[in-house]
Write a new protein. Structure first.
Lengths: 506, 506
C-alpha cells in the first residue's frame, strides 16, 4: 500500500467521516449527502468492476451534466480507472476520433446522444458495452443497473500519480489532443484554489459549466475537496442559474462569457446576495455590472488550460484590472523566448510552467508530449508577460498555436480553414479570432474565391457547420481579392489580422 | 529536470517575485525582505557548495534561534542538503549521539555551544569543519565567511521527495530516533495549515518555539509559504514576546504550556490585539484567560508529531473543547487495535495515519521504520479515539511508547528509569507522567530503595540531571516499599499510575 498516497477516494471518505449528513450535491432539486455520495460511488465502483473495469482502463461518458456523471467521476477515481469525458458539442466525426483515441471499455451515453453513440459504437474495437442514462436507456443497458451490486467496492489502493482523466483539447491540425491528468495533479491544483479563494464547508458551488471541461470539473472537485456543496446544472440557463443561486445560497460560480452577463440580466441583486466569488473571463462592462449588483462578491481573473490542471493564475479583478492575475501556489511560471531563455519583466514571450499541477502528457502522443514538456517546463503555447508585481498579462496565442477562444471553447483556425477550403468556390482562406462582446472572441473567415465563383457568407458558414462542431461556424465571412504575403511568399496572417481584426463583415 | 517538483526554493523565488520588498523575517529588530532573503540563501548555498556540501549531505546546527539558522534552512533546501538541527537542551552525551547518528559534514555552532562542540568534534569522523555564529566564533571559522562568495548559487534541481531534515525524537530505550522529512512532506503539511487557519500575506508569525522542533520549524515555514512575515525570537521570554506581538502586529503564535500563560501574565489585552490564531496545548484555565483577553483571536487544538510533519489535527478549541481537533487535509487517520484492525467510533486504540505528510522513515534505522510504517500506515504510538463528528480525543501513549510530554519536550520513562537505576541506593523504579499546570506533564519517579539505603528525593533528581538533559529531571520522587506486579510477575505500570498519578511527592 502506498503510504504517501492521498486520493479522491480519501476526500470522499473524509467528507463522509467529518460531515456524513451534510449536503454534497444538489441536482434537479435532489440533495445527496456526503455519506450518500460515498455509498453511490462505492456501489457504482463495484458495478464497474463487475464489468471488468480495472485500474488504468478507460470509461467514457458522452452526456450533459448529470448526477450519474458525478457518481461516475467518483467511482472511476475509487478504482483507479481513467475518465474519458467527451465534449458533447463536438461533431460526430470529432467524437468518433476522441473515442477511438481514448479506447474506452465502456461508454456511458446521455439522453440526447444515443443515436450518435449507436452510429459510432460498431467502429470502436475497445468498446465492450454502452450504458444509457435516464429512464429510457434503449438501445443500451440502463446505467442504473451498475449500482445494483451485492456489496459496495472495498477500500483499494490507487496510485494518486497515475492518469485519472483525459481531457481532449483543440490541437494544431484540427485533431484534438488528450491531456492526461492524475488525481494528484487535481488535488494539488485544487488545494491552492481553496487557499486563494478561502473556501470551506460553508461554500456552495454552482456548476453551470460542463463537467467535460477542466474548469467545470475542477471547480466541482474543488468545492468537494473543501467540504462544500455542489449544485450541478444539467446545462446553462441564465434564469435557472439565478434562481438556483438564490435557492441554494450559492457562494462560488465559474463562468465563461457571456454566461455571467446573461445571469445578471435575469437576476436581481437580492437573488445574488449569497455570491462571494465568481471566476472567469469576461468584459470589463459585465464585471462592473456584476460588482454593482453584488457589492459583497469579487470577480477573480484567471489564466489556465487543461494541461495545467485548470487555473494557473488567480487574483481579484480589482487588484489589477484586465491582468490574468498572479500564479497560484504550487506553480513555477515564467515567460521565455523562442530559445526557452527566460525573459525579463515586461517582455512578451511564451508562458511556461512547472510543478505538480502540470499534466502527465498527451494521451497516445509522445511526440506532442515531448515537444510541450521540453526542457523541464510545460510550454502552454500562449503568450504573455509578467509585470513588476508578478501579475500575468495575457497576450494571445503563440504563432504555432493560434487558437480562438469562443464561449469557453478552443477553436483552431487551421481546422476551420481546412473545412472552408473543401468548398469548391474557395481558393484560399485565413481564419482569425475577433473581439466579441458576447463570446470573448468570434470566428472570422477571410476568403479568396476561385475564379468565377461567388459563394455567400451564409453559404460558407453553413458549409463549415455541416462538417465540424457548430461552435466552430464562422460568425463573420468576408471576401477579398487576394491575401497579403510575407517576404518569403507565405500568407501573412499577422497582416490579415491587422486588416480584418474587427468584429464586422466588411 | 523534474517537471513536477515544487520545492522550498520555489517558495523563496515566488515570494521574491511577488513581493520583493515586503518583510520576510524580523530578528532582533532587523527586517529582512523576501528579496534579501533569497539573496542571503543563494549566497550561503554557494558558500556551502564551496565547502563541498552537495545534495544529501548533512549540515548540522547546534544553536538557539538565529537569523543565520533561518538562512541555513533556506540554503540547505536550495542545494538539496539535509538539515540536522540539534536540540540544545539535550545533554552532551545525547548531542554526541545525534551528531554521530546524522554524520554531518559541517557543524554550525551557536554562541553558547562552542565548548560542547569542541569536546565532541574530535570524535565525529564525518565532520570536516565547524563554523561559529556571532561576532566571536572562536575556536571555529566565522559562519559569516560562508556568505562571502563571488556568485550566488545558480538555480538547481532538487528532488522535493528526498530527505531534507532529520528531527531526532525521544525513543524507546533512551536513544533518540531521527525522523527524516522531505521538502514535499513539509510543503504539503503546510498547505493544509494555511488552508485551515486561512493564512496569507498579511499574517505575522511570532517564532518563540525553537526551530530545532518540528512545531517551531513548521510554523515558520508555513507563514513563509503563505507569503507572510516571521518574527523570530532567539529564545522564549514572556515579556519580550508580549512586546514583540504589539510591535510587529503578530497574528499567529504557536506555544507549549506554560508559554501562553506567561505571555498573558506579562501583557495587556491591548498589546495582544493583533493576535488571530494561537495553536498549542494548554490548560482550559489558560485558554479561557486567553479568550477573555483576546476576544478576536482563537485558540486551536492540535495533535501531531515529528513523524507526521507536525500538526495532523487542528480545530478551534471552542468547537469541541479538550478534543485534539479534526484531521487536517492530506491526512487519512484511523484508530486501530493491536492487530491493526480499524476500531469503530468511540473506541480507544493506536492512532495511525497515512498520506503525503508521513515522514520518509527513521534515519539509519530500518527496523524502527519498518515497525512504525507496517501495513501502509504510520503507527504514532499514541492512543486516541474519534467521536461521531470526527474529532480526535487523545488518550495517552501506547504502552510500548509510554512517553511523557513536558514543556513541549518528549521524555521516555525508560531513559529516566535507566538513569535512576544507576544510583547505588535504588533497587527498582517506575517513572510516570503526572498532570502539571505549568508544563502539561511533569516527571514523577516511584522508587524502591535497596536494603539499608535511604537516598533523598533531591539526591535522586540531581543524580538524573547529572547524566541526561535537565528537562528529564524528575519533579517528584517518591519511595515505596514495593511495586505492584501483574499476574505474570512483571511490574504493573498501570497500577503504579493509578496509585501515584497525582502531582505530588507523597
Amino acid at each position: 500500500m502506498a503510504l504517501d498516497d492521498f486520493t479522491l477516494a480519501d476526500v470522499y471518505r473524509r467528507n463522509a467521516a467529518l460531515a456524513p449528513r451534510r449536503t454534497a450535491f444538489v441536482f434537479e432539486g435532489r440533495h445527496i449527502s456526503h455519506l450518500d455520495y460515498l455509498g453511490r460511488v462505492t456501489r457504482l465502483a463495484a458495478g464497474l468492476a463487475r464489468e471488468g473495469v480495472t485500474a488504468g482502463d478507460r470509461v467514457a461518458i458522452l452526456s450533459q451534466n448529470a448526477l450519474e456523471m458525478v457518481d461516475l467521476i467518483g467511482a472511476e477515481a475509487y478504482i483507479g480507472a481513467v475518465l474519458l469525458p467527451v465534449n458533447v458539442r463536438l461533431s460526430a466525426e470529432e467524437i468518433g476520433f476522441v473515442l477511438a483515441d481514448g479506447a474506452p471499455l465502456l461508454l456511458i451515453v446521455g439522453r440526447d446522444y444515443q443515436p450518435i453513440a449507436q452510429t459510432l459504437a460498431p467502429s470502436l474495437p475497445s468498446l465492450r458495452r454502452c450504458f444509457g442514462l435516464g429512464a429510457d436507456a434503449a438501445p443500451f443497458q440502463p446505467f442504473g443497473e451498475l449500482y445494483d451490486v451485492d456489496d459496495p467496492a472495498p477500500r483499494q489502493d490507487v496510485d494518486a500519480d497515475a492518469g485519472f482523466v483525459i481531457i481532449h483539447t483543440a490541437a494544431v491540425g484540427g485533431r484534438p489532443r488528450g491531456a492526461l491528468l492524475s488525481q494528484r495533479n487535481l488535488l494539488i491544483a485544487q488545494s491552492s484554489l481553496i487557499q486563494a479563494l478561502g473556501l470551506g464547508e460553508a461554500d456552495v458551488n454552482l456548476g453551470v459549466l460542463p463537467l467535460f471541461h477542466i474548469t467545470g470539473l475542477g471547480l466541482m472537485l474543488t468545492a468537494q475537496q473543501a467540504g462544500g456543496v455542489n449544485v450541478i446544472a444539467a446545462k446553462f440557463d441564465a434564469a435557472e442559474a439565478a434562481r438556483g443561486i438564490a435557492a441554494e445560497q450559492v457562494t462560488l460560480l465559474a463562468t465563461f462569457a457571456p454566461m455571467l452577463g446573461a445571469i445578471l440580466e435575469h437576476a436581481s441583486g437580492d437573488q445574488l446576495r449569497s455570491l462571494r466569488a465568481v471566476t472567469g473571463l469576461d468584459t470589463p462592462q459585465t464585471i462592473e455590472c456584476f460588482e454593482a449588483m453584488c457589492p459583497n462578491a469579487r470577480f477573480w481573473s484567471t489564466y489556465g488550460q487543461s494541461e495545467t490542471s485548470g487555473l494557473a493564475t488567480l487574483s481579484p479583478y480589482r487588484e489589477r484590472p484586465k491582468s490574468a492575475g498572479r500564479p497560484l501556489f504550487w506553480r513555477s511560471m515564467a515567460v521565455v523566448d523562442a530559445d526557452d531563455r527566460p525573459l525579463p519583466e515586461g517582455e512578451v514571450g511564451e508562458i511556461v510552467l512547472r510543478g505538480p499541477t502540470v499534466f502527465k502528457g498527451y494521451w497516445n502522443n509522445k511526440a506532442a508530449t515531448a515537444h510541450a514538456l521540453r526542457g523541464g517546463w510545460h510550454h502552454t503555447g500562449d503568450l504573455g508577460r509578467f509585470d513588476a508585481d508578478g501579475y500575468l498579462w495575457y497576450a494571445g496565442r503563440a504563432p504555432e498555436k493560434d487558437l480562438i477562444k469562443t464561449g469557453g471553447e478552443n477553436v483552431y483556425p487551421a481546422e476551420v480553414e481546412a473545412a472552408i477550403r473543401a468548398h469548391p468556390g474557395v481558393a484560399e482562406v485565413v481564419v482569425i479570432g475577433v473581439p466579441d462582446p458576447q463570446w470573448s472572441e468570434a470566428i472570422k473567415a477571410v476568403c479568396v474565391c476561385r475564379d468565377g465563383a461567388s459563394p455567400s457568407a451564409a453559404e460558407i458558414a453553413d458549409f463549415v457547420a455541416g462538417q465540424i462542431a457548430r461552435f466552430k461556424r464562422p460568425k463573420y465571412v468576408v471576401f477579398v481579392a487576394s491575401l497579403p504575403l510575407t517576404a518569403t511568399g507565405a500568407i501573412d496572417r499577422a497582416a490579415v489580422k491587422v486588416a480584418h481584426g474587427e468584429a464586422s463583415s466588411d
